[in-house]
Design a protein around this ligand. Structure first.
Ligand code: ATP
Ligand code: MG
Length: 340
């Protein structure tokens, strides 16, 4: 057996021994006024219900009430959507399964779903908080910011559609904005699950104002419903509403079911006015085609001149680059728009 030998000194040890104070470089001077706080680590995967404090009620919709909540351990703020009603076990299980899948959805233009709580039969969904609220009743008469906003929504929608997720409830109140001027699609999971478990004519599903003609009247497209094309119709109605500052059909958005159905299903799709640019008018008509097969997809619309010509140079290489460019280009948050 060979005797144990002392290992040769490592390189690090050698360099320590050789260090000479007269050769060491001085540390650069640190100016504390320039220090930027490091971002907090992302909150842990275990966002427990018991760690949340309700701060205020943000608002209510047809499906539930949304609260601003504080996660005490991290100090982070979230939105908590409490879905109305105590659902049957089977429905709750389906909701849970679907929302679990939707937790994997991760895109800068889609509101992040962080967790789902089943609280004695009441479903509560923990969401990314969007501090500037929704774009409901927002008037954006200028085409440049409208193009930027549309690009954000289309990027999120193209991502969802690539993952075979149909939103089914695109409308201004489900488009949220934050103080970084990012527009994000909200409620894709919840509305999808609710829509599957409720009768679409039931008012608890929400308004039909942004639904496509073939979704409202199933006789129109031989009973076929293409959810992707349905989302594009809803996007077109929402974008045109932002531009006009009012619901684009000849009936109020809050109108009764029969008048809305008549206006949406029996008349020609609305158009952008002649005073708008050719590109914008064409963009709207690519979304608001009566025949769903003629509507462009979200990926195609991202390349439409109305979107492409307003994009910043070099910003076409992907969503992340778009985000960086859009950060400077996006219109100021809601309070700076003129309201309808
Ligand atoms: P509907 O139920 O018909 O979809 P809605 O979208 O107005 O209508 P909710 O989704 O329940 O209803 O939203 C209620 C309010 O809470 C809306 O004003 C919405 O903008 C706001 N809200 C929803 N999610 C968030 C969020 N993640 N961050 C900030 N505000 C939110
Ligand atoms: Mg909503």
């Amino acid at each position: 057996m060979r005797p144990l030998q002392t290992p040769p000194p490592s390189d690090a040890a050698k360099s320590t021994r050789r260090r000479r104070s007269d050769l060491s470089l001085p540390l650069p001077h640190r100016d504390p006024s320039l220090a930027v706080p490091l971002p907090l680590p992302p909150p842990s995967a275990s966002l427990n219900y018991s760690d949340l404090d309700r701060l205020s009620r943000i608002g209510s919709g047809a499906g539930g009430t949304v609260y601003k909540v504080l996660h005490r351990p991290s100090g982070a703020v979230y939105a908590l959507k409490v879905i109305y009603g105590n659902h049957e076990d089977a429905v709750r299980n389906q909701m849970r399964r679907e929302i679990q899948i939707l937790r994997d959805v991760d895109h800068p233009n889609v509101v992040k779903c962080h967790n789902l709580f089943d609280h004695g039969g009441e479903i509560q969904v923990l969401l990314e908080f969007m501090d500037k609220g929704s774009l409901e009743s927002t008037h954006i008469p200028s085409e440049q910011p409208l193009s930027d906003l549309s690009r954000h929504v289309l990027a999120g929608l193209a991502y969802l559609h690539r993952r075979k997720i149909v939103h089914r409830d695109i409308k201004p109140s489900n488009l949220l904005i934050n103080s970084r001027r990012l527009v994000k699609i909200a409620d894709f999971g919840v509305s999808r699950v609710l829509a599957q478990t409720m009768d679409p004519c039931n008012s608890s599903v929400g308004t039909i104002a942004y639904m496509s003609p073939e979704r409202i009247n199933t006789d129109l497209n031989h009973g076929q419903y293409d959810g992707y094309a349905g989302d594009i119709w809803s996007l077109g109605v929402s974008i045109l509403e932002f531009y006009l500052g009012k619901f684009p059909f000849a009936v109020g958005r809050q109108g009764d079911w029969a008048s809305l159905m008549w206006a949406i299903c029996m008349s020609q799709p609305p158009e952008a006015p002649p005073s708008a640019s050719r590109e914008f008018r064409d963009f709207i008509s690519c979304c608001l085609q009566r025949d769903p097969a003629k509507r462009l997809s979200a990926a195609q619309l991202l390349k439409h001149p109305f979107i492409a010509q307003h994009a910043s140079p070099g910003g076409g290489g992907g969503v992340v680059q778009h985000q960086a460019a859009a950060h400077q280009l996006m219109p100021p948050p809601r309070q700076h728009y003129s309201s309808a």
